[in-house]
Design a protein around this ligand. Structure first.
Ligand code: RNT
Ligand code: ZN
Length: 416
């Protein structure tokens, strides 16, 4: 049976539930996922400002890490060619591209340092999202936007403002809003004596940053909280409560990273609440495993649950990005697996008889609701997915992997 024939059979199964698979495929194509550049080089960046710090860590030394803009772009291109649909890319400020011999510190970054990325995005017709980089830098050794040192704090304020200008440049050049997400590593290893002052300084820094003139319809500023990081086990200054309140009072966005909460707390349960109070919510989808918040996204229960909430809440209101970095496996494969899994989860959600399920809940028919939710798990989603890949001109099933193997032999193996 061909992929198309299998699809036709699957279509009939879903039809009996009242689900239109053609509609689902159209809807899936409309959902861009922002692919993070930092999986390609273990969050190293190009500015050579310092080794990875901030309580995040990549482990592993799989050969073939991208060592500069050219290699990273090549790798991202290859990965994107194996992912169905049109997506976005997500950059960090540490990925600015300098002319030979040029170097500026992070507070002096300008749009021109990102012109090559704009060129890359324009040629591929995709948008760019952005992140100031407040780690892996000598001035980030103790604290950044919450620092007790006014000069350090001013440096990082200038950096984030520079990033807002660069984000606006991306939005204007590429004709699509840029989500600019602020994450800082500030926090305390052990029990602090004063939790308020650092948070008050962070609040003031954000106020100063946002007092600049920028176009809010082009730059969506978001703030990302975290429960703990390595070396910041007892308290992070930018906690969930801090940022949720800050974002809501100042009309910016909250970004929820699915690896940044207590182990049994789930982001899937937060999205509906956020969307009742915010126009949009931003996400970093990732997979927490014990101490690490950044394993490759799998097609697992929480990813599926997040996708259901996105589909049910309105995919246009959720700014969807991935965030993981695994240096122990082929980095391109990590991207492709993570991106395709996010899309599979979205497809899974689009193929549910969502209204019917909601009606069962409304009538408190929890017996039938459970039965149906469980039976749905074995519906032939794979046949619909394979057809989606075929329609979008990328290999279905595991058939993309030989291209990774070939690329590893021909390109990655030469990076010594
Ligand atoms: C760190 C945050 C943050 C980073 C990236 C590199 O815990 O999740 O989003 O992973 O900005
Ligand atoms: Zn994140």
């Amino acid at each position: 049976m061909t992929i198309k024939e299998r699809y036709e059979a699957a279509k009939e199964s879903y039809k009996s539930l009242g689900v239109d698979t053609d509609q689902a495929l159209l809807a899936l194509k409309q959902i861009p996922v922002s692919m993070h550049c930092w999986q390609g080089d273990d969050v190293t960046g190009f500015d050579g400002a310092g080794a990875l710090s901030g309580g995040i860590q990549t482990t592993g030394n799989y050969p073939g890490r991208a060592r500069g803009p050219k290699e990273l772009m090549e790798d991202m291109d290859k990965a994107l060619s194996l992912i169905p649909g049109k997506h976005r890319i997500n950059l960090h400020a540490s990925y600015g591209i300098f002319e030979k011999g040029e170097w500026v510190d992070r507070d002096q970054l300008e749009p021109k340092h990102f012109a090559k990325w704009v060129e890359f995005a324009k040629e591929r017709g995709i948008g760019i999202d952005f992140n100031p980089t407040l780690f892996s830098h000598p001035k980030a050794e103790s604290a950044t936007l919450s620092s007790e040192d006014p000069q350090i704090r001013a440096f990082w304020i200038r950096h984030v403002q520079a990033c807002i200008r660069i984000s606006q440049y991306f939005a204007e050049e590429l004709n699509t809003p840029c989500t600019m997400n602020i994450w800082i590593p500030d926090g305390f290893k052990d029990i602090p004596a004063d939790r308020t002052s650092p948070r008050a300084r962070l609040k003031d820094s954000l106020d100063q940053i946002l007092s600049m003139d920028y176009d809010k319809s082009k730059v969506y500023v978001a703030v990302e909280s975290k429960v703990f990081g390595i070396g910041m086990e007892s308290c992070t200054v930018g906690s969930h409560e801090f940022y949720m309140n800050y974002a809501s009072k100042n009309d910016i966005l909250c970004l929820l990273d699915s690896g940044h909460y207590h182990p049994t707390e789930v982001v899937s349960d937060k999205i509906s609440s956020m969307l009742l109070f915010f126009d949009k919510v931003a996400l970093h989808v990732t997979r927490p495993v014990r101490w690490d918040s950044d394993h490759v996204v799998l097609f697992d229960d929480e990813t599926k649950e997040i996708a259901k909430e996105i589909v049910r809440g309105g995919a246009d209101r959720v700014l969807l990005a991935l965030d993981f970095f695994d240096a122990s496996i082929n980095r391109l494969s990590a991207w492709v697996v993570g991106m395709r899994n996010m899309q599979k989860a979205l497809l899974n959600a689009l193929l549910l008889p969502n209204e019917k399920l909601a009606a069962l809940q409304k009538s408190r028919n929890f017996t039938e609701l459970m039965m149906l939710q469980e039976e749905l798990k074995l519906y032939p989603m794979g046949d619909v997915w394979n057809y989606f890949c075929e329609l979008n001109g990328v290999p279905a099933k595991e058939d993309w992997f030989p291209q990774i193997t070939a690329y590893e032999k021909e390109v990655l193996a030469n990076r010594k």
